[in-house]
Design a protein around this ligand. Structure first.
Ligand code: CP
Length: 320
């Protein structure tokens, strides 16, 4: 079976699918970020519309709930003049036992060119990419505990926008590291862009047992000391056994980010969160709404970054 990293690149080195940030060449990441910058207008909310995907059909296939990812993929595809279909899984024939591949083959027979897939099973987008016809492109919109590559790229875009060269930064990621697909993709992207100082912070039960690059900290103050970027993560309750977390209140007492605690980080630190946020658990409302927060910039930037990714996997050049 080809590795996910190998499956997603063409022989020329562009994205054929986008399944993971693991092993993604630095130049390709920079190309995506630079292309995305072309789509942002003078202000972040002033996106430039383009006819680059006119005549292409993008199908959003979300087997898990989503607000930000599904909507921004739809806005991105429409901004590129693609036709967009949002399959409502709850009313689709999937509920009658149709297999994933059969569903895809039927959608392909209706003219689909690109599937944006979110699934609770790690590896589902890889499986689809392996078995779909060569004309189809697959973009992973989050699979189980595995990866959320476009989230990581929009996070890299936002960090670069606010802090410049990522290789020089101290990045602290707090919360449910163990169950987060976002953090896996962020770490691969941060490493690929040269970041040397990544701290993973949380209670021992929510830190990874193995294999994630970054220093582990069960003390919040020690972990965010001098950090340039502080990323808060939601407790992934849907993916954890209840025994791993005594209570949300206790988590907040020890690891919840507040304006006061942000004083332990660098004076100009930015605060990020992939969303959805749980105010009063992993982050205080006052901090989420403060000038330090770039959480809504992440959302806006997600449109431009997803435009860049859609163009890449469709083989369409974006002038930089
Ligand atoms: N960050 C993120 O994936 O949010 P959604 O679940 O709303 O798409």
């Amino acid at each position: 079976m080809p590795s996910t990293a190998a499956l997603q690149l063409t022989p020329q080195g562009r994205l054929r699918h986008f399944l993971t940030t693991e092993g993604l060449p630095r130049d390709l990441m920079i190309q995506i970020l630079d292309s995305a910058a072309q789509f942002l207008g003078d202000t972040p909310r002033d996106l430039k519309k383009q006819p680059l995907l006119k005549g292409k059909q993008v199908v959003n296939l979300f087997f898990e709930n989503s607000t930000r990812t599904r909507t921004t993929f739809e806005i991105a595809a429409k901004a590129l003049s693609a036709d967009v279909v949002n399959l409502d899984i709850s009313t689709s024939a999937t509920a009658k036992g149709e297999s994933l591949l059969d569903t895809l083959k039927n959608l392909e027979a209706m003219g689909a060119d690109l599937f944006v897939v979110r699934h609770n099973q790690s590896g589902a987008p890889h499986f689809i990419a392996q078995h779909c016809t060569p004309d189809l492109a697959i973009v992973n919109a989050g699979d189980g505990l595995h990866a959320h590559p476009t989230q990581a790229m929009l996070d890299m875009f936002t960090i670069r926008q606010h802090k410049g060269d990522i290789s020089q930064l101290k990045v602290a990621i707090i919360g449910d590291i163990r169950h987060s697909r976002v953090v896996r993709s962020q770490i691969h992207a941060l490493h690929g862009l040269g970041c040397q100082d990544i701290r993973l912070i949380g209670p021992g039960t929510l830190l990874p047992r193995q294999g994630l690059a970054g220093t582990l900290h069960d003390d919040l103050r020690e972990g965010i000391d001098g950090a340039d970027v502080v990323i808060c993560l939601r407790l992934q309750k849907e993916r954890m056994a209840s025994a791993l977390l005594p209570s949300e209140a206790e988590f907040h007492r020890n690891y919840g980010m507040t304006l006061d605690r942000l004083a332990w980080a660098a004076p100009d630190a930015i605060v990020m969160h992939p969303g959805p946020i749980n105010r009063g658990v992993e982050i205080d409302g006052a901090l989420a709404d403060s000038e330090h927060s770039v959480i809504l910039d992440q959302v806006t930037n997600g449109i431009a970054v997803r435009m860049a990714v859609l163009c890449q996997v469709m083989g369409v050049e974006v002038g930089v």
